[in-house]
Design a binder for this molecule. Structure first.
Ligand code: ADP
Ligand code: MG
Length: 238
């Protein structure tokens, strides 16, 4: 579970095509990073996968099913927003439980999943606090916890660490990588930060103006960049 295929997907806003026909396969369990300069279409691509934007043409398959016309709630994916998307008046426990309450899951199952998520994210001692009583990194973990309890086929992250200071960002990078190793769930991660891409990805997708310039492992991109743009962006010596 967690294989995502984009076939000839395009996206236009008004008359401007920001994603020309694009093909991409994200394998089950892979940590895929979309990287590229600001405005190149990373968020748009992630939002198309999430269903938060409609494709202008082409189709999107999730685990072999056509998901192109499905609303976000039916795609089985979880988008992780920045920490500010937490409900300030609710405890950590209630924030994490929120999507399960919406889905009318049994209290027993909710408690089980909250406990497992809290353990995976080292939040067990913070479940009764409010977001305002947490550090930035802890708030980010709560946002991830809220995604974990839905047991999604894939996690979608859009620059989740951009509001954190530099030191915290490095720690959270490692935590998200660790979490991927534990859960083995597909993760699609958007960043404009080359270092983040190189350190976290199994596979990097380099974008420029909505076009995929290259797809490969960090090592492949570093040693055999396909063109000057990739070389310059990744910082390889070529
Ligand atoms: P990135 O996330 O890589 O910075 P985006 O996906 O946000 O880039 O944007 C890609 C392009 O699409 C940009 O030129 C942006 O201005 C445009 N764009 C994104 N969303 C909208 C929208 N809702 N309406 C019009 N243009 C948009
Ligand atoms: Mg963006």
């Amino acid at each position: 579970m967690g294989r995502i295929v984009l076939n000839q997907v395009t996206k236009s806003f008004d008359d401007v095509q920001v994603i020309p026909p694009l093909d991409l396969t994200i394998q089950d369990g892979e940590f895929t990073v979309f990287v590229g300069p600001s405005g190149c279409g990373k968020s748009t691509l992630l939002r198309l996968i999430a269903g938060l934007e409609d494709t202008s043409s082409g189709n999107i398959e999730i685990d072999g099913n056509d998901a192109t016309a499905l609303p976000p709630s039916k795609r089985g994916l979880a988008m992780v927003f920045q920490s500010y998307a937490l409900y300030p008046h609710m405890s950590v426990r209630k924030n994490i439980a929120f999507p399960m309450r919406m889905a009318k899951m049994s209290q027993e199952e909710q408690d089980k999943r909250i406990e497992a998520a809290a353990k995976a994210l080292n939040l067990t001692d913070y479940l009764d606090r409010k977001p305002g009583q947490l550090s930035g990194g802890q708030r980010q973990r709560v946002a991830i916890g809220r995604a974990i309890v839905r047991e999604p086929a894939a996690f979608l992250f859009d620059e989740p660490l951009s509001n954190l200071d530099a030191a915290l960002r490095v720690g959270m990078r490692m935590e998200i990588s660790e979490l991927h190793k534990k859960l083995k769930t597909t993760m699609v991660y958007v960043t404009h930060d080359q270092v983040e891409a190189m350190t976290m990805a199994d596979k990097i997708v380099v974008l420029q103006a909505g076009v995929i310039e290259q797809v490969g492992s960090p090592l492949e991109l570093y040693h055999t960049p396909r063109n000057v743009f990739v070389a310059g962006f990744i910082g390889s010596p070529k």
